[in-house]
Design a protein around this ligand. Structure first.
Ligand code: HEM
Length: 420
């Protein structure tokens, strides 16, 4: 089947009147259908009206790069603790317990304690050691794609890589990995600004399933510990900071978080990157000719279509951001995807430029909570995209790609392609 190359999404609204109407109506609880396919016209309209925008629920949406960086850098004035927000959203169930115990949604001291223990396992050496196995895995996946003659870039490549890498990082036995992706999607799906009762129930079941599984995994690892230099799970179990160990619940929820954090986001990096090269075919040739360009190219894919589009913080004191006075106790949404298209920081921001330099994007956040797995994700992205492109340089769409349809996590559920 022949399908035309995807039309490039229009980054701008038609006129000033439309932009004003979009800004006026912008509400994260009621996002317009078009936003999910292409949020950039909304982001530009908001930013042009001012980098810090008041939402109907009293929170603020930050679309300017400088404003987002300022918030990320100051963890005292801008808290990551989500208990106040999640109690009414989730009730007192397992989703609440999970999301309020993981390090990403905590401030010191829990955040510092867990982060130090985990970060020690992400040394340059342990990441370099992943390279060979990831390359082998990717080559095997591409062999299968070549044999089939067609592929779903998500199911056959992008989703398969992070499951393997994260599974190896925590030494989860291979035959036990299958349910991880489904659990992960359900738990992270529950972070959407608005949650249906079905999504909530699904999320609760996923946390329950995950906890039950991890209890058995932890018990087995206690009986036979792994190498704490390599195995993040053993490290977390043995890790002690300032004489304090993680409680059993803290341990289990943070393992869930690491497994989740590395899945969907990295899948989306690979899927969004290969899709961007369908939209911008002229960027393929230089990448093929100069393999070292894969480094800036991956940074550009992260900027151009950030897998994680939104972050959040709560003000702990009255603050001023971008000239706007904001009281203590206010929710802020950090528009990662919006900041990454801010022309003040990125010249010609709606153009994909695989050699862009400098490229100080915020796809991994910034400051004390900056992504711990960023170099793992980069490695996976570089290997998967570069090797796929080198072996199947003429891949084309074979049908309509299906988007995930989420505001927070931007990516595809499937991208059908033929090989040339
Ligand atoms: C392209 C892939 C990825 C993207 C776009 C991404 C994005 C992010 C972002 C934006 C944050 C900051 C959250 C905040 O400040 O509120 C974060 C934190 C985190 N990420 Fe990633 N991530 C990716 C892959 C990974 C991988 C592969 C792992 C683990 C192997 C990982 C583990 C973590 C952890 C543990 C945190 C919490 C850090 C903290 O709170 O101190 N991430 N990530």
């Amino acid at each position: 089947m022949h399908v035309a190359p995807p039309a490039r999404a229009q980054p701008r609204l038609a006129d000033a009147a439309q932009a004003a109407a979009v800004v006026e109506a912008f509400d994260l609880r009621r996002l317009p259908a078009g936003y999910y396919a292409n949020p950039y016209p909304y982001y530009h309209a908001l930013r042009e009206a001012g980098p810090v925008h008041r939402l109907p629920d009293g929170g603020y949406f930050l679309s300017g790069y400088a404003a987002c960086v300022a918030v990320y850098k100051d963890a005292r004035a801008f808290s990551s603790d989500k208990k106040r927000e999640f109690a009414p959203k989730y009730g007192r169930g397992l989703l609440y317990e999970h999301h309020t115990t993981s390090l990403v949604f905590n401030d010191p001291p829990l955040h510092t304690r867990v982060r130090r223990i985990i970060a020690g396992a992400f040394t340059p050496r342990s990441i370099a050691d992943m390279e060979g196995p990831v390359r082998e895995l990717v080559d095997g996946l591409i062999d299968r794609i070549e044999a089939k003659g067609s592929a779903d870039l998500i199911g056959d490549l992008a989703a398969a890589v992070p499951i393997e890498v994260i599974g190896n990082l925590l030494a989860v036995p291979r035959e036990e990995r299958e349910p991880l992706r489904e659990w992960s999607l359900a738990i992270l799906g529950a972070l959407e600004p608005v949650l249906s009762p079905e999504q909530q129930a699904h999320g609760e079941q996923a946390v329950a399933g995950f906890l039950a599984y991890l209890e058995t995994l932890v018990a087995r690892r206690r009986a036979r510990p792994g190498d704490p230099e390599r195995d993040v799970l053993t490290r977390l179990m043995q890790g002690e900071q300032d004489g304090e160990r993680l409680s059993e619940r803290e341990l289990l929820h943070n393992i869930i978080f690491i497994l989740n954090a590395g899945h969907e986001t990295t899948t989306n990096l690979v899927g969004n990157g290969l899709y961007a090269l369908l939209e911008w075919p002229q960027e393929r040739a230089p990448l093929l000719a100069a393999p070292q360009l894969i480094r800036p190219a991956v940074e550009e894919f992260l900027r151009f279509e950030s897998p994680n589009q939104l972050g959040n913080r709560l003000t702990t004191a009255p603050v001023e951001i971008g000239g706007v006075a904001i009281p203590a106790g206010t929710y802020l949404t950090i528009g990662i995807g919006a900041a990454n298209r801010d022309p003040e920081e990125f010249p010609d921001p709606d153009r994909l430029d695989i050699a862009r330099e400098p490229n100080r994007h915020l796809a991994f956040g910034s400051g004390p909570h900056v992504c711990i797995g960023l170099n793992v994700a980069r490695l996976e992205g570089r290997i998967a995209i570069r090797r796929f492109l080198a072996r199947i340089p003429e891949y084309r769409l074979a049908g309509e790609p299906v988007r995930g349809g989420r505001a927070r996590f931007r990516g595809f559920l499937s991208i059908p392609v033929v090989l040339g």
